[in-house]
Each structure stands twice: as structure tokens, then as C-alpha cells.
Design a protein around this ligand. Structure first.
Ligand SMILES: [Zn+2]
Length: 276
């Protein structure tokens, strides 16, 4: 059963589309991390490392159910013919995970695409009669303007396999910077991992859950937010976004909801945050 959290009348479901080993050695993914930092990360999240020392990661999405409808944050690695198929442990199982928590694709009124890496957009569109159509037919799909502008450098194929189908269906909504989505939901620009990366805050004024996206991709970046990931577009900007959002979560004693760490919900550990 999916792990969930509740804030007031808002429910947050963690949905695991897939899990598997990373395609390169983890030391190549975090070249500056020290042996001591790796040991601490492995103690903190033993599920993120295999017995051979490889990075083992979850590919998770979140569904947020409010009175106004269901918002998806990211759509996983996708089916066997998705753009992530060349490297991710596809096929994903998001449709089954949604069914298990009683959510139909028709119930989804909004999809927040945190960024355009292929393990986050896999179920956004689906092939029907040789056409690519929105998998969530009643949803608007939110993307930051800076991310759309960077699609060529991020993945030129996505212009045809994601952006154009959403535009043709009239479902792509491009936003620029922070955006209030509903009384309890806010998209916030957290650039650096990619140029237009965004995260989502679920906040009722008392409790806060921060749905991070790839603000941090591995427990080593939670324990040591200064450690860069080799696939970050702008590591220094990514670091600043990470530190700022982690500070906000820690000050509010809120939980983080992450796509790739073993535990879907966790808090910022005491004493790990560098100054802003
Ligand atoms: Zn990712």
C-alpha cells in the first residue's frame, strides 16, 4: 500500500513507479563526495546502496488530493516505450499504483512537471492509435518557462514526444517563477538541477510538506547539501536552491517528499545545513 501523509483535508500519496540501479558508478555521479561522506550516507539510507556498492534508487511520483481535485507531481519513468526506456528500469507501474489508492487518470486535474529529465515525465503522454495524447486527459500540465526554453539542451526529442502533444491538446501551461496552485499548494522555482526546475509545497499554514523533485537526488545531498551531482545543469545554482528550500523545511519542522531516496517522506537531519 502506498505511503501517505495528511495535512488538514489534503492527502499526499507516494507512488513508486519503479526502482533499480543507476546506470553509472555512483562515484561518477558525485565526484566530489569523500569516503567519510559515503559512509555517513550509507548509514543514513542503507537502501540506496547495493552490496556491490552501486547506487540503488526509487523512481517515485506524488499524488496530492485536495477538495479541488488531484495534482500529480511528476509521472515517473513511464511505460516500456517511454523516453526513459534506454536507461531506466522500465516499465513503470504508476497506473497500478494510482488504482491502488483509488485515483483514476480522469481524476487528475493538474500535473506539475518538476523538470524535463525522462525519469520524471514518463507517463505524461500515452500512445493511442499511433498518436501521443495526455495520459491524464483532464489535467493541465505545468512547466516553468525556463525549462521549456531549455528543452533543446536537455533533450531535443522531448519537443516531439512530450511538448508538442501537450500543446496540441491545449494542455500545456507555462508558468514563470513561483505560482500558487490552490489554497494549500504552491509551485516554487528551484533552478539549478535543470534551468527551470520547480518544487511543490503543500502548506496549510501550520504543517508543510516539501515535494522536492530533484533538488536532491541522493541521501548524500541531504546530509551534505554542498555535494554536487554531475548531471546538474548549474551546480552552484542547484546548491543554493537546495540549501534555501531545506532551510525552509527545517525551520517549519516539515517533511520532505523525495523521488529517489529510499524513504518517501523524511525530515532534514539536525545539524546538516550549511549557512545560506
Ligand atoms: Zn530524477
Amino acid at each position: 500500500m502506498a505511503v501517505s501523509r495528511r495535512i488538514g483535508n489534503t492527502e499526499i500519496f507516494a507512488l513508486t513507479d519503479a526502482e533499480g540501479g543507476f546506470f553509472t558508478h555512483r562515484h561518477d555521479a558525485f565526484p566530489a563526495a569523500t569516503p567519510e561522506q559515503w559512509r555517513a550516507a550509507d548509514r543514513f539510507d542503507p537502501g540506496a546502496v547495493t552490496t556491490e556498492g552501486r547506487w540503488w534508487l526509487q523512481f517515485r511520483c506524488f499524488a496530492v488530493r485536495t477538495a479541488g481535485g488531484v495534482t500529480m507531481i511528476d509521472t515517473g519513468v513511464g511505460p516500456a516505450d517511454s523516453p526513459a526506456a534506454s536507461w531506466a528500469p522500465v516499465p513503470g507501474r504508476l497506473p497500478e499504483e494510482l488504482a491502488e489508492v483509488g485515483i483514476s487518470p480522469d481524476d487528475v486535474t493538474r500535473v506539475v512537471m518538476t523538470h524535463l529529465h525522462t525519469d520524471h515525465i514518463g507517463w505524461s503522454v500515452t500512445r493511442r492509435d499511433d498518436r501521443l495524447l495526455p495520459f491524464f486527459p483532464n489535467a493541465e500540465y505545468l512547466l516553468q518557462a525556463a525549462e521549456l526554453a531549455a528543452v533543446r539542451e536537455l533533450n531535443p526529442h522531448l519537443r516531439h514526444t512530450l511538448i508538442a502533444p501537450l500543446q496540441e491538446a491545449g494542455r500545456l501551461r507555462v508558468v514563470d517563477g513561483d505560482e500558487r496552485l490552490s489554497p494549500e499548494l504552491r509551485a516554487v522555482a528551484t533552478p539549478g538541477h535543470t534551468p527551470g526546475h520547480q518544487s511543490v509545497l503543500v502548506d496549510d499554514g501550520t504543517d508543510l510538506v516539501t515535494i522536492t523533485g530533484d533538488l536532491l537526488v541522493h541521501p548524500i545531498q541531504l546530509l551534505y547539501p554542498d555535494v554536487a551531482y554531475s548531471h546538474e545543469s548549474d551546480p552552484e545554482l542547484a546548491r543554493r536552491s537546495r540549501v534555501a528550500l531545506l532551510h525552509e523545511a527545517a525551520e517549519r519542522h516539515g517533511e520532505l517528499a523525495t523521488p529517489h531516496l529510499t524513504e518517501p517522506f523524511l525530515r532534514v537531519p539536525e545539524g546538516t545545513l550549511p549557512s545560506r
